[in-house]
Design a binder for this molecule. Structure first.
Ligand SMILES: Cc1cc2nc3c(=O)[nH]c(=O)nc-3n(C[C@H](O)[C@H](O)[C@H](O)COP(=O)(O)O)c2cc1C
Length: 369
């Protein structure tokens, strides 16, 4: 099932497997992709990943969190992006850009300024108390999302995905814990979703109705008083009405502790696909295609998610860092479980060195030498 071709969110894919957005830390200081990043995407394409979603890419510089993020904030980067898309397409791949503003999770060390957010609140994942966004700033950031999406389309990418998960700006507006506003952007769900609605409308006005626009949505923040599945199903339905083409279900943020988006110790099938209940609830509520991410490690579990109508596609991040050829391996008949041990060791090299890699795989390779 997962190895069969499909059309998902207006994009035809050679299988139902998506490489979920994964920050690689492989762009230069101007947010331009390096040769190393392009080669990584070429390799993912050659290894039959149905569709690649880039690492989160900033729409404006005040929304940068980690070093080496891709920048879609500047027309200057379009030629480099075009080259990257062309090379991925030449290898038979498809590629979508995930666009983000980190909001209160932005980092002054990378962005060069005080973070902005819906409200000036202290929050465990904020490196400092952010500046509350004025309505003019909200307008500017909404436009920045739309302009970024337009660049993504101009560069020839197959689509764009809004990052509405993991505690970043869109999620901050949705979550009552980080959104304490008393104006039309805070309070009721209709108000908390307004920023996302304006972002989607702005994006649509700049890319047109036919261009694939997806979202990765936190369907539960897994924190007291946070955005919950009860509200997420309503937002998902509204997004469908407002023209979203696909929803990738995720949840949590680093503030959710053991329920963070990239959970550790997925060492048993029972712990796999830890967002499947959320995905099922979303899927039962909407008609647009749904993908689910989080702890999928087994071929059988991945197929079951499709068979049981929990999702239409499955998304993987860490398994493809450990084994870039995982899908080819499954296609060849070796359908044993992903070797990823979910240790999250892959994050650190992205910060300390020039890009992420699997530390376990590297250790094993060094031992063999
Ligand atoms: C190194 C690393 C970078 C990540 N970067 C992003 C990102 O840029 N955008 C995003 O939405 N999720 C990001 N994630 C989360 C993954 O997309 C995914 O939701 C999570 O790891 C769970 O899936 P998995 O069990 O298949 O790894 C990242 C995860 C890792 C390990």
């Amino acid at each position: 099932m997962i190895l069969e071709s499909c059309v998902f969110g207006k994009i035809s894919m050679k299988n139902r497997i998506i490489r979920s957005a994964t920050w690689e830390g492989m762009c230069d200081r101007n947010g331009k992709p390096t040769e190393k990043l392009i080669k990584l995407y070429e390799e993912l394409a050659e290894n039959n990943v149905g569709l690649i979603i880039t690492g989160y890419s900033y729409v404006s510089k005040d929304g940068i969190q980690l070093p080496g993020m891709l920048g879609v904030d500047d027309d200057e980067n379009i030629d480099d992006l075009k080259n990257m898309v062309e090379r991925v397409h030449n290898k038979g791949g498809k590629i979508v850009v995930q666009i983000v503003h980190a909001g209160g999770q932005a980092n002054r060390k990378s962005s060069g300024c005080q973070p902005i957010a819906p409200s000036a609140v202290e929050f465990p994942t904020f490196s400092e108390i952010p500046k509350e966004m004025t309505k003019d700033v909200i307008k500017r950031v909404v436009e920045a999302f739309g302009d970024a999406a337009k660049r993504v389309k101009l560069a020839g990418f197959d689509g764009v995905q809004l990052h509405g998960a993991h505690g970043y700006l869109i999620n901050q507006f949705l979550s009552p814990v980080t959104n304490r506003r008393t104006d039309e952007y805070g309070g009721s769900l209709e108000n908390r979703v307004r920023f996302l609605k304006e972002v989607l409308e702005n994006v649509r006005s700049k890319v047109g109705n036919d261009y694939p626009v997806w979202i990765k949505l936190n369907c539960d923040d897994f924190i007291d008083g946070g955005f919950s599945i009860e509200e997420a199903v309503i937002v998902a339905k509204w997004l469908e009405e407002w023209g979203i083409d696909a929803i990738e279900v995720s949840g949590g943020s680093p503030a959710s502790k053991d329920k963070s988006p990239a959970r550790t110790k997925i060492d048993d099938v029972a712990k796999e696909a830890y967002h499947k209940e959320l995905a099922k609830k979303i899927k039962d509520f909407v008609n647009v295609p749904v993908a689910v991410v989080g702890g999928i490690r087994s071929f059988e579990i991945a197929n079951k998610l499709i068979e049981e109508n929990i999702s239409d596609a499955i998304s993987l991040s860490r398994p493809l860092i450990r084994e870039i050829n995982l899908i080819k391996r499954w296609e060849s008949g070796d359908t044993s479980r992903s070797k990823c041990i979910s240790c999250n060791g892959c994050f650190m090299p992205g910060i300390k060195e020039d890009g992420i890699y699997c530390v376990v795989e590297k250790r094993l390779a060094e031992k063999e030498k």
